[in-house]
Design a protein around this ligand. Structure first.
Ligand SMILES: *[C@@H]1O[C@H](CO)[C@@H](O)[C@H](O)[C@H]1NC(C)=O
Ligand SMILES: *[C@@H]1O[C@H](CO)[C@@H](O)[C@H](O)[C@H]1NC(C)=O
Length: 237
């Protein structure tokens, strides 16, 4: 009696433990509405994987793409968990909001919002440039806005479908870019970014306006006759 009870219980126990080890996540790709309506799911090993959802707006050379996606990931611990925004000047930016979870089935069913850019200067500045090939790109100093308090210097490849394009970028970015490392993949709804260079450090303060640059030029002009004099002394001696 006891033995047959245990034998009956065994498959049930096995089934429960197998179920506990996997997690179901919602899947979708496309517009926000498409993602809200989507019914698809994927499953992933709960020990190492999890669910995520992305909302993004990316402009590269004037072409703006907005995308949404939800998926499973096998590498829950390797993801950049916080929203990432990067501003590269000339209307070029990348804004990705990612939400992650590995608690309940379909925990990623809420569609995140696309991060809004800010135009409020924050008193910081970074070398800024964007190139679809050459590393490093030719930068000029540009002011940072909103919560973009870090300067990034990244290079790598962007893959969209079968199209792979190298890139080099410098600009203002959120502190979350510290999590981006060489070899990691930044998940995006429509693209996949991998990095061969990933430097992210706190931005410097914009020098206070007025005196210093002008004074710099002025004092150089003052030194000039002195330097010429030194050169002449050197030549004549
Ligand atoms: C990301 O999406 C979540 C969920 O919709 C939202 O609460 C949050 O404000 C968004 N973050 C940014 C930076 O837009
Ligand atoms: C923006 O465009 C101008 C003119 O094409 C260029 O000189 C400048 O370097 C560009 N800035 C960035 C950040 O790419």
């Amino acid at each position: 009696m006891m033995v047959s009870f245990i034998l009956c219980l065994l498959p049930a126990l096995l089934a429960t433990s197998a179920q506990a080890a996997t997690l179901t996540c919602k899947t979708c790709v496309g517009s926000a509405d498409a993602c809200r309506a989507a019914q698809g799911t994927c499953s992933v090993d709960k020990a190492t994987g999890g669910c995520f959802s992305v909302a993004e707006e990316i402009t590269l050379v004037g072409k703006k793409t907005t995308g949404f996606a939800s998926r499973c990931t096998d590498y829950y611990n390797l993801g950049v968990k916080d929203p990432v925004t990067i501003t590269l000047g000339n209307g070029t930016y990348l804004r990705i909001n990612t939400t992650w979870c590995n608690t309940d089935n379909n925990c990623n069913s809420a569609v995140p919002e696309v991060p809004k850019g800010s135009t409020t200067l924050n008193g910081l500045q970074c070398p800024t440039c964007f190139a679809l090939s050459a590393d490093p790109c030719d930068s000029h100093i540009a002011p940072c806005t909103g919560d973009e308090t870090y300067c990034i210097d990244f290079a790598g490849t962007a893959q969209r479908g079968s199209e792979i394009s190298p890139f080099a970028v410098k600009g203002c970015a959120t502190a979350s870019t510290k999590e981006i490392k060489v070899g990691i993949t930044l998940l995006s709804a429509l693209s996949m970014f991998t990095f061969t260079k990933a430097i992210s450090k706190p931005a410097e303060k914009t020098p206070t306006s007025g005196a210093s640059p002008a004074l710099g030029k002025f004092s150089f002009a003052l030194y000039l006759p002195g330097l010429t004099g030194l050169l002449l002394v050197k030549l004549l001696s």
